[in-house]
Design a protein around this ligand. Structure first.
Ligand code: HEC
Ligand code: HEC
Length: 512
């Protein structure tokens, strides 16, 4: 993103022209100005900014066929990407909010980027060029990648801070385990099963639950499993917003960050170096982390109020809340978000490599609404998730590829059935639903729960109609609010309201 020569006649917007000077960017970010993050997230990158990656794949690896660079008519490809001009081109719902979720049209073919340029040409036999995969098999649109729906980053900073605290708790338990011992991995009331250090000094993770494979790898007693919570990617893959952001810039736009791809280098061969600096990535990451949290829209219509109250109780009674935990505590000032995440993998800025940049997620200067500490100095994050992976699919429900395996291992092509418990805050106005975005209603989503969630789905099916409809009515209240709304619980006109309503007989209320 370095501006060369004259400032006129270039395809760079006004805001970016301001931002084009790296020393200005550095100063702003160090002073806590994350506005640059908003600009970069919504910016349509041009060739002159370094968009496009003629010689490399979205994975960062060289093309399988360097004789056919990704430029001109091969510059964009909906399946193998680059597939968009800006982050906000996909992340913009509801209300056009940058950083939000996306319509079905913004679905990503995750892992399609390991191909140069997907053509499905039956005559092309070069692995991962355009048609056949690593194993030499011809790919189809249904098997070449995992179709994923665009998720919103609302409240992302709070979510990542919960994940960091859970990781710290699990690692502390792990570090206390002596040879021959087994201990339960538990944090914030969530059980992640049991971890054993065998007498022979090997870590046995076979009884650990809900953590992704990459967090369970261990070679010997001196290299224990990291147990890191990976809250990003619906299959639990990325540790931090920052890690995801470095990957996304390259994958979707061919914009390379220096911390991932090196300083003063041009690995993608587009003639532009230092396309995104460390400060750019810090700014975009913090800006996403500070997006407003979702709220609730509850109509004052008495029939609807009754149904919502009843639906909240049904949700707990039939076991939905065992995975979609209504609220989790952020204590020890966990609302002071910092970049970088201490658990970042290599290829991303790591703690100690630059001064930490901190921001108070509760600050009234950030977009409203926000969370506030209670009398015991705890911020309750009511995201309705447990940060665990679950297999809730039926027999047929397996996505083609396992992103947590190496693409060269056969396991990669055995597919994946495990997804993070979808956070339900803001779900109601961020359709479509499920990781693939194939469902247009939440009712359909509930009926698709099987596997580990089979009991609660059956309990749902067995409910009287009134209770079923009440549950849906409760889920419908979980919304992202129109920009500028400051209170989290509002009525149908987005005016603040009390919840549960006053004058309810005791014991009939919800949680707040
Ligand atoms: C072509 C559409 C598209 C574009 C462009 C796009 N994203 Fe995304 N984004 C997605 C989809 C789809 C997911 C869900 C991925 C998954 O679950 O595997 C996602 C997920 C994310 C997540 C993790 C959220 C979560 O719930 O797991 C972050 C962070 C993110 N995107 C940031 C960015 C940034 C930063 C950019 C720009 C550099 C960007 N995205 C560009 C579609 C897009
Ligand atoms: C065993 C854990 C578990 C239980 C129990 C469970 N869920 Fe889920 N739920 C999930 C997971 C995992 C997903 C994400 C599935 C996917 O994307 O493939 C999900 C997704 C959803 C979605 C889709 C949200 C979206 O934005 O895409 C809704 C709605 C939902 N659950 C509601 C419920 C309700 C209501 C119940 C009780 C009847 C329930 N869940 C019980 C784990 C669970």
């Amino acid at each position: 993103m370095l501006l060369k020569g004259s400032i006129i006649g270039q395809h760079i917007g006004t805001e970016k022209r301001f931002a084009a000077d790296p020393t200005v960017r550095k100063k702003n970010v160090a002073n806590g100005d994350i506005n640059l993050g908003r600009v970069l997230f919504s910016f349509s990158f041009s060739d002159q900014d370094g968009a496009g990656r003629p010689l490399t794949k979205g994975t960062g690896r060289p093309l399988s066929d360097t004789a056919n660079p990704l430029k001109d008519e091969r510059a964009f490809n909906r399946i193998s990407a680059p597939d968009a001009n800006s982050c906000a081109g996909c992340h913009n719902l509801p209300y056009g909010i940058a950083g939000g979720g996306g319509d079905f049209v913004t679905n990503v073919f995750v892992l399609g980027q390991r191909f140069d340029f997907v053509t499905f040409d039956p005559n092309d036999k070069v692995p991962t060029r355009g048609s056949v995969d690593e194993s030499g098999k011809p790919a189809a649109v249904q098997t070449i990648a995992n179709m994923r729906s665009t998720t919103g980053l609302f409240g992302a900073g709070y979510l990542e801070m919960i994940a960091r605290q859970v990781t710290a708790d699990l690692q502390q338990i792990r570090n206390s385990i002596k040879l021959g011992q087994t201990r339960e991995l538990k944090s914030k009331g969530i059980s992640f099963g049991k971890l054993t250090l065998t007498k022979a000094g090997l870590w046995d993770t076979s009884k650990v639950e809900g953590l992704p494979r990459l967090s369970l790898l261990s070679t010997d007693s001196t290299n224990p499993p990291t147990l890191v919570i990976r809250p990003w990617h619906q299959a639990g893959h990325a540790v931090s917003i920052r890690e995801f952001t470095n990957t996304a810039f390259n994958h979707h736009h061919g914009m390379q960050s220096t911390e991932r791809f090196g300083l003063d280098t041009d690995p993608d061969g587009d003639g532009v170096k230092n396309e995104l600096t460390r400060d750019d990535i810090t700014a975009v990451s913090i800006w996403q982390a500070t997006l407003q949290v979702p709220g609730r829209v509850i109509s004052r219509h008495p029939v609807i109020e009754q149904a919502v109250l009843n639906g909240e109780r049904v949700f707990e009674r039939i076991g939905c809340a065992t995975c979609h935990i209504p609220k989790l505590p952020l204590d020890k000032e966990g609302w002071i978000y910092s970049e970088p995440n201490p658990y970042n993998p290599p290829g991303n800025l790591r703690q100690g490599e630059a001064p930490d940049v901190k921001v108070d997620l509760n600050s009234a200067e950030l977009p409203a609404p926000r969370l506030k500490p209670d009398a015991n100095d705890i911020v309750w994050v009511d995201a309705y998730t447990d940060f665990k992976l679950h297999d809730i699919g039926g027999a047929e429900d397996v996505e083609p590829l396992d992103m947590n395996q190496s693409p060269w291992s056969p396991k990669f092509r055995e597919g994946n059935r495990r997804f993070l418990t979808k956070r339900l805050w803001g779900a109601a106005n961020e359709p479509p639903f499920f990781h693939h975005g194939l469902f247009t209603t939440m009712r359909r989503s509930i009926l698709a729960h099987a596997g580990e969630a089979l009991d609660s789905r059956r309990a749902f099916e067995a409910l009287p109609d009134y209770d079923k409809d009440s549950l849906i009515e409760f889920l419908k209240t979980l919304q992202v609010l129109p920009p500028g709304t400051t209170e989290r619980i509002v009525d149908q006109n987005f005016k603040p309201r009390e919840w549960p309503p006053a004058m309810q007989p005791s014991g009939a209320g919800g949680r707040r």
